[in-house]
Design a protein around this ligand. Structure first.
Ligand code: KIV
Length: 273
């Protein structure tokens, strides 16, 4: 691994500026130092230490078994490899069930080097979002398909097709923005809803399966490399960038960042209408 500086060069202000200028940005998951270095040197603005590690690294069928210890371990690994990207870390299942627990869990991830934490859910998280933000911890809200609630939702499927559900999602996103959320991640919603929420919010919106209009795009790294675990159906919003790369994994990361910036990814074939 190189001995370059790991000083953060992408900040929330960078992402806000991108949104204001209509310039798209890319995000990707990473769970270890070497991939974090490759991703950040490829110019991908945001790294997510996602609880998807439960599925792609640990072999679980869902993200529910992932613990705070797991997240802190992987957060530390990613911090060592990072070369300037903004690092977000997921608060895992049941680590933010109330406000006090949210503070403790988020503090542990920030001490390990996260620049922001991500919480899955809607308006019920407004108070936690406010408390974290007031105490200096930037929050990324995660709405739409929220994998930690898979047992309640009943399957990995598109959310917000029903007009009432779409309306509540928009209202709840605005509530979280008012509570201080710095970012919103929107997963698996129709293109029109992804566009509507992105336009209505001042904060940057990062999409996965939310169409081409969100301010940023995110993918799970293993999906981008075409190695989705065999027990998981490859989602429609996935593109294997390694398949077309003449320069291996670094080339695949660069091609993804370029495609997002040039707005050629996601195409309609990767989106839900
Ligand atoms: O854990 C994760 O990888 C996520 C995805 C939506 C990017 O939250």
């Amino acid at each position: 691994m190189s001995s370059q500086s790991n000083r953060q060069s992408v900040s929330l202000s960078t992402l806000n500026r991108r949104k204001q200028r209509g310039e798209k940005f890319a995000a990707l998951t990473a769970y270890d130092a070497l991939f974090a270095e490759l991703i950040s040197t490829a110019g991908i603005e945001v790294i997510l230490v996602g609880d998807s590690l439960g599925m792609v690294l640990q072999g679980h069928e869902s993200t529910l078994p992932v613990t705070m210890d797991d997240m802190v371990y992987h957060m530390n690994c990613v911090r060592r490899g990072n070369r300037g990207s903004l690092i977000m870390a997921d608060l895992p299942f049941m680590s933010y069930a109330d406000e006090k627990q949210s503070l403790q869990s988020a503090a542990a991830l920030m001490r390990a080097g996260a620049h922001a934490v991500k919480l899955e859910g809607g308006a019920w998280l407004a108070e936690s979002t406010r408390m974290l933000t007031e105490r200096g911890i930037p929050v990324c809200a995660h709405m739409g398909l929220t994998p930690q609630s898979i047992n309640r939702i009943g399957g990995y499927r598109v959310q917000g097709r029903d007009p009432d559900q779409a309306h509540s999602m928009l209202e709840e996103a605005l509530t979280l923005q008012r509570a201080g959320a710095s970012l919103l991640l929107l997963e698996c919603v129709p293109v029109s809803l992804g566009a509507e929420i992105t336009q209505a919010l001042d904060i940057p919106v990062i999409g996965i399966g939310a169409g081409p209009e969100t301010d940023g795009q995110i993918m799970v790294m293993h999906d981008l490399l075409g190695i989705t675990p065999p027990n998981i159906k490859v989602p429609k919003f996935v593109k294997n960038f390694l398949a077309e790369s003449a320069t291996g994994i670094p080339g695949a990361f660069q091609a993804y960042a370029k495609a997002v910036r040039e707005k050629s990814f996601p195409a309609l074939e990767h989106s839900f209408v």
